[in-house]
Design a protein around this ligand. Structure first.
Ligand SMILES: Cc1cc2nc3c(=O)[nH]c(=O)nc-3n(C[C@H](O)[C@H](O)[C@H](O)COP(=O)(O)OP(=O)(O)OC[C@H]3O[C@@H](n4cnc5c(N)ncnc54)[C@H](O)[C@@H]3O)c2cc1C
Length: 428
């Protein structure tokens, strides 16, 4: 009688958004397969997006944002979580991973049959003196220590992108002088109308803007927080490809060029392009993790994401679904765009406008990008358009669109419907 050897474990490196999703998906696809999740921190499944809430004082500390008991996951899902274990070197010929036990200060080897890299990203260049970074929950304690010290009267944020603005939003509540440094303008990958609105908004909130200027290093009275220049977190021993230091190239199955090795989340770089590239954020990490983990355990999943982003700054919501402005400029086929200010609510509920812009291919009616900014109502519309892009809904199918109406949510004709009407009926 022929015997087949059981397959070796799926090992996932990194237990945050991408790695957690990968481990759970691997177990789901092959419940008999051992799944080992390695994490160098003393906690796992952390929510970085909750860190600004601690700065604002909406959460007392990082406790609700992290998990510290790995047995929970073992009991619930059969996944082995090993904390304070750092993956150091891959020996793929022997299918062995060298791991450093940070608790015992010792090293050992782990067998694997498939490997998922979910090591995330870190600010670049790391370890600069005089600068704070905020990527991991444990970094917050030191940062809060200085922020809560009365002698610290000024905070400099370096980076006018999504993370920089998210941090400025959190810092506004502290009553300190806030300075924002950026080498370009605010949200440079968004339409200029949105960047200009944000400049005005921040000036109204007494944020000192330093466009095209570099932030100075901090001192006791002045704290500088880096929120730009992210690079994949990948020590040399985990880099199997020549260009992996730029991000690990993956295909739509989240496979790398090395058979049996998968990657997902902030450490990965899609080899495919287009409006479905997916390019960052926790939702992309989670979705790519599910694909990578399932395929590492023998599944056949494909990543079909849409890059959508949403943030809140000084009471305004801002978001995008689809292409960035730079990607739109590289389009070879003609691109048309409609934009404008639209009333969100009926006039008798007060003035509240949404600025929106939709970019599309007039020849095919394909939606390429959607941007919006307003006091509220942005998130639901960003997700609606992201869904259309993902489902390949062209503009011709959206003529005569009817939406539910309640005066607290929209005018009778939803602003998105009004924007679509501007594309004209001739559009396919
Ligand atoms: C302040 C802040 C706010 C944010 N807000 C939002 C938001 O509102 N919406 C949004 O979509 N995104 C947000 N993000 C971004 C989001 O948190 C990241 O995109 C997401 O965490 C990426 O997940 P990841 O699993 O790929 O990487 P990470 O979350 O970076 O996790 C990687 C994990 O791998 C571990 N690791 C690394 N190297 C090794 C090794 N050699 N061995 C073992 N373990 C290792 C790390 O310790 C870490 O736990 C925010 C980020 C920050 C910092």
């Amino acid at each position: 009688m022929a015997h087949t050897l059981p397959l070796g474990p799926v090992v996932v490196i990194g237990a945050s958004a991408a790695g957690m999703a990968a481990a759970v998906a691997a177990r789901r696809v092959d419940p008999k397969r051992e799944v080992i999740l390695l994490e160098r921190m003393p906690y796992y499944a952390f929510a970085s997006c909750g860190l600004p809430e601690v700065i604002k004082g909406n959460l007392p500390d990082i406790t609700p944002l992290v998990h510290r008991n790995p047995q929970e996951l073992g009991e619930k899902l059969g996944i082995t979580v090993l904390l304070q274990q750092e993956a150091r070197r891959i020996n793929h010929g022997r299918r062995k991973l060298q791991v450093r036990n940070l608790l015992l200060d010792s090293e050992y080897e782990l067998d694997y049959s498939a490997l998922v890299l979910a090591t995330g990203a870190r600010p670049a260049p790391p370890g600069r003196t005089g600068y704070f970074t905020l990527r991991y929950p444990h970094e917050l304690d030191k940062l809060l220590g200085q922020l809560r010290d009365n002698s610290c009267r000024r905070v400099n944020v370096s980076g006018g992108g999504v993370l920089g603005l998210t941090l400025v939003d959190a810092l506004l509540s502290l009553g300190k002088e806030v300075h924002l440094y950026t080498r370009d303008t605010l949200l440079a990958s968004f339409p200029p109308e949105i960047s200009l609105l944000l400049v005005k908004l921040l000036e109204e909130h007494q944020v000192e803007l330093h466009l095209q200027e570099q932030a100075p290093p901090g001192n006791r009275e002045e704290l500088t927080l880096l929120a730009h220049g992210v690079e994949p977190h990948l020590p040399a021993g985990l880099r199997l490809g020549r260009d992996w230091d730029q991000g690990i190239p993956i295909d739509r199955s989240c496979r790398t060029e090395v058979e049996g090795i998968f990657a997902c989340g902030d450490c990965a770089r899609p080899r495919y392009a287009g409006r479905r590239a997916g390019a960052g954020g926790a939702a992309t990490a989670n979705r790519q993790g599910k694909v990578a983990g399932a395929n590492a355990a023998g599944g056949k999943e494909r990543y079909n994401g849409v890059f959508a982003v949403l943030l809140e700054i000084a009471g305004l919501e801002v978001g995008r679904a689809g292409f960035t402005l730079a990607q739109l400029k590289q389009e070879r086929q003609p691109v048309a765009s409609v934009s404008g200010n639209f009333r969100l609510l009926p006039p008798w509920l007060g003035a509240s406008d949404l600025f929106m812009r939709l970019d599309y291919r007039p020849a095919s009616g394909e939606i390429l990008a959607f941007h919006a900014i307003g006091v509220r109502g942005v998130g639901s519309r960003i997700n609606q358009v992201a869904g259309w892009i993902q489902a390949d809904v062209t503009l011709s199918r959206l003529h005569n669109l009817e939406q539910a109406y309640h005066p607290r949510y929209s005018a009778v004709t939803d602003p998105l419907v009004a924007l679509l009407a501007r594309t004209g009926k001739g559009v396919k």
